[in-house]
Design a protein around this ligand. Structure first.
Ligand code: HPA
Length: 233
């Protein structure tokens, strides 16, 4: 057991998918894994371990925002030996070329701050994805014929953003989408020698104002999870 994860040693796979929403973790386990069992429910942050194509996989919620994700990523790696962490989640599109339902594979994650920020002092550290995972995800997406973009994203500390000027600059500089967790995942994984990647579905759009109707969300999530699982093995 760790401070926030009530699992026993050996309950958690080396490969962990991390949706923000704990109920999404349950849905992924029910939909994609065989023999899935719940391995954590401390504070309602559900985690499940099961089998996908003969491989042991854990799906564990991260919660919303980098402070929450940081707790789970640290404990999964340091206390349970996780070696590959793939965030699966939603994001807001920031380019006209990015459409609702498209999948974003995040090569880098720019941010104003992360829980790791204090380590770097004056350095603007550039959190980046694991190359092997990124390459595998891009080729899985191509094979599965999922509309995909690979590039930089923005990890924000706020959903209700008050900096339209900053969003404009990021759009201008090619940032594909905004979410709230990847920069800290990449930083924590790099620090501890683990592999990390964020694969995201565009659920809303900051430029066009469109949003994915709730009945379409599940289908879009299927594409993203298939890309994530194929990339991991
Ligand atoms: N902002 C931040 N995170 C998000 C968004 C957004 O617009 N959409 C989905 N996750």
């Amino acid at each position: 057991m760790s401070v926030h994860i009530g699992a026993q040693h050996g309950d958690i796979a080396e490969t962990v998918l991390m949706p923000g929403d704990p109920y999404r973790a349950k849905w992924v386990a029910d939909t994609f894994l065989k023999n899935a069992r719940c391995i954590n429910e401390v504070r309602g942050m559900l985690g499940f371990t099961g089998i996908w194509n003969g491989h042991m996989v854990t799906v564990h919620g991260s919660g919303m925002g980098m402070p929450s994700l940081s707790i789970y990523a640290n404990e999964l790696i340091r206390d349970f030996g996780a070696k590959t962490l793939i965030r699966i989640g939603s994001c807001g599109g920031m380019q006209n070329s990015v459409n609702i339902r498209d999948v974003i594979i995040a090569m880098t994650a720019s941010t104003l701050s992360t829980p790791s920020r204090s380590i770097f002092k004056e350095l603007s550290y550039a959190p980046c994805a694991d190359w092997e995972l990124l390459r595998a995800a891009a080729s899985a997406a191509e094979q599965l014929q999922v509309a995909t973009h690979v590039g930089g994203i923005y990890s924000s500390d706020v959903f209700y953003d008050e900096r339209p000027d900053l969003n404009e600059q990021m759009t201008r500089h090619g940032i594909l989408a905004v979410e709230m967790e990847a920069a800290e995942l990449y930083t924590v994984a790099a620090r501890h020698g683990a592999r990390a990647l964020a694969i995201l579905t565009v659920s809303d759009h900051l430029v066009t104002g469109e949003a994915l109707p709730s009945e379409d969300r599940e289908r879009s999530f299927v594409d993203m999870v298939e890309v994530a699982l194929s990339a991991a093995f």
